[in-house]
Design a protein around this ligand. Structure first.
Ligand code: MTE
Length: 314
């Protein structure tokens, strides 16, 4: 394609049909197994495909795998949740999301950015190829999972919406729907002031690890896991991974974040996984794998130091 179009913006007719995509996935797997595709390199972008909404699984990017432990059982990962808008009990969230409407869904893109306005989820799918990646996931409460996410690398999202040069941060906001989320209802007295908000620096957002996820275990995200679009930044504690995003705003000044505003002594703005820095009430040196409870050492930056340590060199 000549013109200014990037190679990953394909016309609709070039969307890969699921059959041929699955074939291609087998071929790629075979090539990787045969050592013909380096396991440590990303799949070539020409082989990434742009899924029509609801088409799963996406091509797995073999560069992002977790070798030292297995995947968390899917039922465990989708029934042990933190989503305070619905319930403060982890095993209660999935039973409280029944009224939560995630389709249709609009995301407002605002602030210091060229492509301002409302995008629906189909716009994301039209412009951004999806891929599957297996990441470690570490909650600040010292439990952990290993999860196959399907999503859009945020770097590609930034190339699409084009933040202005003055922009330095990306702020994200969750929905406010008191009629759908019990703890947002008037009188709920959850003790929290919603909507939930989070932020990354643009360097963090552009890091190759950062994803906007729309799927998990090769399927659409269930509502309790943050449907239809959530942040996944695996070198940070889970609390940074904001769910069900309705607004993405680009700012010059560093935006405040939900947990850091609530308890700055307990939750830092960056909330990077730092095993050597204890939480005031517990150690962060090890973590409990869900669901069996096996204890393993926590790794600096959750095992992603090679990707991100340079961001914090100062
Ligand atoms: N996003 C919103 N909107 N509300 C929340 O309560 N909890 C955070 C994060 N994102 C939360 C959120 C915390 S503390 C964690 S550990 C993860 O979501 C949990 O994600 P999971 O339920 O998919 O494992």
């Amino acid at each position: 394609m000549k013109s200014k179009q990037r190679s990953w913006i394909l016309p609709d007719r070039e969307i890969t049909a699921e059959d041929s995509y699955l074939d291609r996935r087998q071929v790629l797997k075979g090539l990787a197994l045969a050592g013909l595709l380096p396991a440590c390199s990303s799949a070539p972008s020409s082989l990434l495909f742009r899924a029509p909404l609801g088409s799963y699984p996406a091509l797995r990017n073999m560069a992002f795998q977790v070798n030292e432990r297995g995947l968390t059982d899917e039922i465990a990962a989708t029934s042990y949740n933190n989503f305070y808008e619905f319930s403060l009990k982890k095993d209660g969230v999935k039973d409280m999301v029944g009224d939560f409407v995630t389709n249709p869904w609009k995301v407002e893109i605002a602030g210091l950015v060229e492509k301002k306005g409302e995008a629906d989820l189909e716009d994301f799918f039209r412009h951004l190829p999806s891929e599957e990646r297996i990441y470690r996931f570490r909650c600040v409460e010292a439990w952990a999972m290993t999860v196959p996410w399907t999503g859009f690398p945020i770097k590609r999202f930034l190339d699409w919406v084009k933040p202005l040069t003055a922009a330095r941060y990306m702020r994200m906001l969750t929905f406010l729907r008191p009629e759908q989320a019990a703890n947002q209802a008037p009188g709920a007295n959850s003790g929290y002031s919603f909507p939930y908000y989070e932020a990354l620096s643009l360097e963090e957002a552009s890091n190759e690890l950062s994803l906007f996820a729309h799927g998990i275990y090769g399927k659409e995200l269930p509502r309790q896991n943050g449907a239809p679009l959530r942040l996944v930044v695996p070198w940070k504690y889970g609390l940074k991974n904001i769910k069900s995003i309705v607004r993405i705003e680009f700012t010059r000044e560093r935006p405040a974040t939900f947990w850091n505003d609530l308890k700055p002594q307990e939750y830092s703005w960056h909330s990077n996984v730092e095993p050597e820095v204890p939480h005031p009430r517990w150690s962060q040196a090890s973590e409990r794998l869900i669901p069996d409870g096996e204890r393993v050492d926590t790794l600096p930056y959750n095992g992603y130091a090679d990707h991100v340590a340079q961001l914090y060199a100062d």
